[in-house]
Ligand binder design. Sequence first.
Ligand SMILES: C[S@@+](CC[C@H](N)C(=O)[O-])C[C@H]1O[C@@H](n2cnc3c(N)ncnc32)[C@H](O)[C@@H]1O
Length: 214
Amino acid sequence: MTDHATPRPDTPTARTAYWEGIHHDKDIDGVSWWQSVPGLSLSLVDRAGLARDEPIIDVGAGWSTLVDHLVERGYHDLSAIDLSATALQTVRDRLGPAGKDITLTVADVLDLHTGRTYALWHDRAVYHFLTEPEERTDYLASLQRTLRPGGRLVVATFGPDGPTTCSGLPIIRYTHTELARQFPGFRLVDTAGEDHVTPWGTTQQFTAVLMQRR
Ligand SMILES: C[S@@+](CC[C@H](N)C(=O)[O-])C[C@H]1O[C@@H](n2cnc3c(N)ncnc32)[C@H](O)[C@@H]1O
């Protein structure tokens, strides 16, 4: 995270260039959101109680270790998408043979067409970048195309006492209630939160919800 917000990349090309640049220029633990164990996400995925063969997608996965931990838990239909090819290559290299069945795809969550559906959609620290209503509408359309009826949604954003920018970009902070309201057609199953400790020792408040599509 930087102190000064940079101009928002608000086209698909600009977004890709921005996020590819971030991952190209930084070390794995050089980004504020890095965590070796994604405890908040894993707790909500665990609470979703999926069978091990049900498909899970992590959107805006970056080089998160979520898929590594899901492989360890025995899930074997895993997909992750991100705008940054570099971030996904880092995941591919890190996982080695353990990741041979994981689908990693460069794609924009605001225009996502995977050609299949999933039982769980996970997003940590992506939705909060959508400061424009039309971006949130596009995200919802991707979610509705991609998540099965009855499927689970796990979303984590900065909380009301969290930072006002992330990776140099403005974000929207959410309470649990505000976050749950973003997803019409979903029922709230559970809430969680954490004070994420960045690699340089500061804390960032996260809000997270587990929801189920009706
Ligand atoms: C703050 S990072 C969070 C990464 C990861 N979810 C985690 O918790 O470690 C945001 C990630 O979302 C990706 N991203 C941002 N906008 C995106 C979009 N429109 N479509 C897909 N990925 C996007 C970025 O490349 C970056 O990897």
